[in-house]
Design a protein around this ligand. Sequence first.
Ligand SMILES: Nc1ncnc2c1ncn2[C@@H]1O[C@H](COP(=O)(O)OP(=O)(O)OP(=O)(O)O)[C@@H](O)[C@H]1O
Length: 560
Amino acid sequence: MDSARSWLSKLQPRDKMKAKKRDEDGNNDGNGDLTSPVDDGSLSDVTKQKVAAAKQYIENHYKEQMKNLQERKERRTILEKKLADAEVSEEDQNNLLKFLEKKETEYMRLQRAKMGVDDFELLTMIGKGAFGEVRVCREKTTDSVYAMKKLKKSEMLRRGQVEHVKAERNLLAEVDSNCIVKLYCSFQDDEYLYLIMEYLPGGDMMTLLMRKDTLTEDEARFYVGETVLAIESIHKHNYIHRDIKPDNLLLDRYGHLRLSDFGLCKPLDCSTLEEKDFSVGQNVNGSTQNEERSAPKRTQQEQLQNWQKNRRTLAYSTVGTPDYIAPEVLLKKGYGMECDWWSLGAIMYEMLVGYPPFYSDDPMTTCRKIVNWKSHLKFPEEAGLSPEAKDLISRLLCNVNHRLGSKGADEIKAHRFFKGVEWDKLYQIEAAFIPEVNDELDTQNFEKFDEADSQTRPSSKTGPWRKMLSSKDLNFVGYTYKNFEIVNDYQVPGMAELKKKPSKSKRPSIKSLFDSESETSELSEVSDTSASDRPQGSFLNLLPPKLEASHSERNLTHKS
Ligand SMILES: Nc1ncnc2c1ncn2[C@@H]1O[C@H](COP(=O)(O)OP(=O)(O)OP(=O)(O)O)[C@@H](O)[C@H]1O
């Protein structure tokens, strides 16, 4: 922090000049000293905002620096240790250490280089949300393929989502887990924020469910299990997702699940409603519960068809779907991590029944049903759920106090629905479905989007929010980020090669000395290894013996 202070004191004279200029312009904001810690009420909002932004910038900068330094030290220690253990001549040892230092310097230079949208070739659109779009893209200098999520700043400001989008970036940058989509870098220009993520070509759970109608319990066990691990990993970092839904469960090329879309939750606005609005028999549209009850009861099949007809429209609408949101979140009563376990229950129900538990054609009615879950949670006979599945769902879709998971994910893992699941092997075994992916740009597992539609959208450059934006917009300070490991793999010539698996020769090759377990596993996340390179094992290993036969039969039809 000492260096932070000296950084600030260097800034002072120029900012004092700016403040003086503002004073002359009649925009007096007090003493004009940006670093003054005393807010005597004379500071303008703009100045306060600048101070906060500078503080955040400095904090991020030094946190990042410390992390880099630490990692650099660790890499050196690992190499030194490996060299000490190996039969390598002193000269080779020195050369390798020098080589590492040279590469480290190159990294630092790369890290300082500014990334921008022009560094990427934009390809097929694979997703559309309330705030922007997601596209496959290719980095021009390296040919590496990524997914680019582009978010409109004006939209973020208008909807008060700035903090949420920062949370998303922070979570992606902070949590390094197999279950979370990996962030490579983030940057911004005047109009947009950009997240460059790994491209997960397996599609999302919404698309899978729309293609399959329902999953078997064995298949659901696999996906619900991986979702449990994903939720657990964000909870461990003290994040709550609040908006877990099938659209946010992405599948990698091997069919394993990763959680995405943190912080951009857009719950239906029920803030004007109170519990009594949901409970006295009148729904938010003014129709009564009796009216709804008197409507002809749909069979499971009819309800499923109706849901599928409306599903995509709901997903791309600006309000989104409330179907998976916990009652306490809807009621804005204050909520904790348990709300994510409710969403898990709703998703599990949809996997097995075909539509979510509180589905209605009108989203506000869905909200009412969620809040009154006691009288609306029903399991259709036709769906034929096992008692274990019903029990788990019922223990997730219930009051916070009784909800499984409120004392940690282990409570859920221990439920009898998961009997036989080896949790620490879940991400290494064969997935329930292996997506068909023909090449790194294949987008067959995604919906087709109308390109013309995205280009005709009005530019925020002309809107009232434009005034608040500039590429140095204070609202978005601290958004820019680069993932060292990824830059490392792709941009430093020779480094990826150095991280390949050890050669089979008895004497370790110089290159193989760079290998470490964590490095190779990280590399396998992004490199083009074939499915057969994954650890052997099968989803069948997870299942209780009596379920195995039915699962393998289904595998024949689902896996091509
Ligand atoms: N890294 C990725 N790899 C592959 N597909 C992705 C990736 N990120 C997002 N998608 C696709 O884009 C869709 C929308 O992404 P996401 O939900 O993150 O965007 P959003 O604008 O925040 O949407 P929402 O309206 O749900 O908040 C996802 O459902 C998925 O199909």
